[in-house]
Design a protein around this ligand. Structure first.
Ligand code: CP
Ligand code: NVA
Length: 308
C-alpha cells in the first residue's frame, strides 16, 4: 500500500490487515500506553474543511506513536488558488513523511498522491471517507465479535460516508442496506463497481426507500447529516425530504432490541438523529469517534512505519 485514498482501490488482504492491526495497536496502547513505532516521523495535515475528530485523532495518534503532526488550515495552503496541487505535493513531500488531506473534490487527493513522494491519506473528500469506515468496522467487530453476515443499515444521504461504508461492507462480507429518499441514493455506478468484491466476500448490498422494514433485521443502524460540508443545496427542501428518514425512538422500536446505533459525527441532533437515540443505551457514536484514533494509527504505521 503506497497511499490510503479509497477502499475501492485497495486489495482485500490489505484492508483486512489494517483492521487486524488496528485491533492489535488498540490493545497494545490500552495495555502499555506507549509506543515508538513512528519515532521522529512527521505527518503534514491539510484541511480545507472543518474537523474535530479527524484533526485531533491524527494529531494525537502521531504523538502517541512517537511522531509529530503539522496542521495546515484552509487559510495557509490554498490548493489550486495560491498554488497548484502538483506543486504543493512536490514541495511538502520534501519536508514530511506522510500527508493527510481533507478537501472537496476527490480528484484533488488523487492528483496530490500522483505528485507526492510520500504516503497520502484521505481524511475525507466530497466522495469518500475511508478512515471513518475503518473506525466503524473496528467498532462493529468489537461489539459483535465478527463482521461477516452483520446487517448494517445506513439511513440517509447517499454521500461520502455511505460510499465508504458500501466498500468496507463489501470488503468484510457485511450485508449493507442503504435507505435513502428517492433522488438521494448512491448512484448505480457505485453499486456496479462494488458488485464483484461484494460477491467475492458474500456481502449482500441492497438499496431501499423504506426505513421501517429495513431496520427489522438490523444489527447496526447508521446515519449521517442530511447536508454535508461544502454542499450547495436547498437545506429546507432536504429537511422535508429526509424527515421520514430520521433515526428516532419510533424507528428504533421496529429494530431488534440489541441493534447498535452509529453516527460518524458531527450530528445535527433533531434532524437525522434525535437526542434520545444518540444518547440512548444502544448508541456507539463515541466508541466510533475513539476508534478513529486506533484505526488511523494502523494506517499510519502501515504507510510510514519502518520495516523493522
Ligand atoms: N467524523 C469526522 O470525520 O468528524 P470531523 O469532521 O470532526 O473530523
Ligand atoms: N457527510 C459528512 C461527514 C462529516 C464527517 C460531511 O461530509 O460533511
Amino acid at each position: 500500500m503506497d497511499h490510503f485514498i479509497e477502499l475501492a482501490s485497495l486489495d482485500n488482504g490489505t484492508v483486512r490487515g489494517l483492521l487486524q492491526s488496528a485491533h492489535e495497536i488498540k490493545a497494545e496502547w490500552k495495555a502499555s500506553g506507549s509506543s515508538n513505532r513512528l519515532r521522529g516521523k512527521i505527518l503534514g495535515m491539510i484541511f480545507e474543511k472543518p474537523s474535530l475528530r479527524t484533526r485531533v485523532s491524527f494529531d494525537v495518534g502521531m504523538l502517541q506513536l512517537g511522531g509529530h503532526a503539522l496542521m495546515l488550515g484552509p487559510q495557509e495552503i490554498g490548493i489550486n488558488s495560491r498554488e497548484s496541487t502538483a506543486d504543493i505535493a512536490r514541495t511538502i513531500s520534501r519536508y514530511v513523511d506522510g500527508v493527510m488531506i481533507r478537501t472537496f473534490a476527490h480528484s484533488i487527493v488523487q492528483e496530490f498522491a500522483s505528485f507526492s513522494s510520500v504516503a497520502v491519506i484521505n481524511g475525507l473528500t466530497d466522495a469518500t471517507h475511508p478512515c471513518q469506515a475503518m473506525a466503524d468496522v473496528l467498532t462493529i467487530e468489537e461489539h459483535f465479535g465478527r463482521l461477516s453476515g452483520i446487517q448494517l443499515v445506513y439511513i440517509g444521504d447517499g454521500n461520502n460516508v455511505a460510499r465508504s461504508l458500501l466498500w468496507v461492507a463489501a470488503h468484510f462480507g457485511m450485508n449493507f442496506t442503504l435507505v435513502s429518499p428517492r433522488g438521494y441514493e448512491l448512484p448505480q455506478v457505485d453499486h456496479s463497481a462494488v458488485a464483484s468484491l461484494a460477491k467475492a466476500n458474500g456481502a449482500n448490498i441492497v438499496q431501499s426507500h423504506d426505513p421501517h422494514s429495513a431496520v427489522k433485521q438490523a444489527d447496526a443502524i447508521y446515519t449521517d447529516v442530511w447536508v454535508s460540508m461544502g454542499m450547495d443545496v436547498d437545506q429546507e427542501q432536504r429537511n422535508q425530504d429526509f424527515l421520514p428518514y430520521q433515526v428516532n425512538a419510533a424507528l428504533l422500536q421496529q429494530a431488534p432490541s440489541d441493534a447498535i446505533i452509529m453516527h460518524d459525527l458531527p450530528a445535527h441532533r433533531g434532524e437525522e438523529i434525535t437526542d434520545e437515540v444518540a444518547d440512548g443505551p444502544q448508541s456507539k457514536i463515541f466508541d466510533q469517534a475513539e476508534n478513529r484514533l486506533h484505526a488511523q494509527k494502523a494506517i499510519l504505521v502501515a504507510l510510514m512505519g519502518s520495516e523493522d
